[in-house]
Ligand binder design. Structure first.
Ligand code: HEC
Length: 224
């Protein structure tokens, strides 16, 4: 191959490197100017930014407060059964219409319970989860100095008086907490809170179950 061609190709390759290097350099160096913005769409437009003044309004606040009495979509909270676990002023004893009473909900509840509740209440609901173990270990630390730890054991959900709690009351405890237990309303969505409550009811029933609670076709041959 003639040298002239080889040299030309090499020079062209070198030249081809210049644009990407320039682009990389410009991208990496700060500039007070706006980037070149070929297609504007609505990216750059007159607007009021948060926490700035807007002389149109008497109080000059660009950020407008909510209109009194306005209700955001999805925030009516009028269904007391669904939102509060309350029916006619008493604790609901059934699931709200929006939550399906099926195995899928129970399974979802089990998964959420094992994440949010089991650390304290234990996988079986008896109040002996790993956090409880750890707290007891800390408090009973005979060798170390007293560390000021005090601990209220999570409720054994099978205690008489608690095992019969209506599902709406359990939903309420999950939502708002109870005494020294914090609420989970801000972390767990409504449907999942009902699923957990349903699972707790299943867990409670499982502790005092009779053979009649097991569907006939799932009992062992011996017990039919
Ligand atoms: C950080 C530990 C902790 C976690 C996590 C926790 N609980 Fe509790 N729970 C407690 C304690 C402590 C009590 C007892 C509160 C009291 O009466 O002082 C309690 C009480 C309860 C009660 C009885 C309330 C009553 O009416 O007296 C229920 C029901 C309950 N918890 C359900 C749950 C469920 C369901 C979850 C998961 C969403 C959960 N808890 C997560 C610590 C916990």
């Amino acid at each position: 191959m003639p040298r002239i061609i080889i040299y030309s190709v090499m020079v062209l390759l070198m030249l081809a490197l210049i644009p990407p290097v320039v682009a990389a350099r410009v991208r990496a160096s700060p500039s007070p100017n706006r980037p070149i913005h070929i297609i504007q769409d609505m990216d750059i437009q007159a607007k009021f930014k948060p926490q700035t003044l807007n002389p149109i309004y008497a109080d000059q606040r660009a950020m407008r407060p909510e209109v009194v009495g306005a209700v955001a979509r999805g925030e009516t909270f009028l269904d007391t059964h669904l939102e509060n676990g309350v029916v006619d002023g008493g604790w609901a004893t059934s699931l709200p219409d929006a939550v399906a009473r099926d195995l899928e909900t129970v399974e979802r509840g089990r998964q959420r319970y094992n994440i949010y509740c089991a650390p304290c209440h234990g996988w079986n609901g008896a109040g002996n989860g790993p956090v409880n173990q750890r707290a007891l270990d800390l408090m009973n630390n005979a060798d170390g100095p007293p560390d000021g730890t005090s601990w209220t054991q999570a409720r054994n959900l099978h205690d008489p008086g608690w095992s019969e709690q209506p599902i709406g009351q359990i939903y309420n405890t999950i939502t708002n907490g109870k005494n020294s237990m914090a609420g989970y309303g801000s972390q767990v969505v409504v449907a999942d809170r009902w699923a957990i409550a349903l699972y707790v009811k299943a867990l409670q029933r499982s502790q005092n179950a009779t053979l009649q609670d097991v569907p006939a076709d799932q009992r062992s041959e011996l017990n039919r």
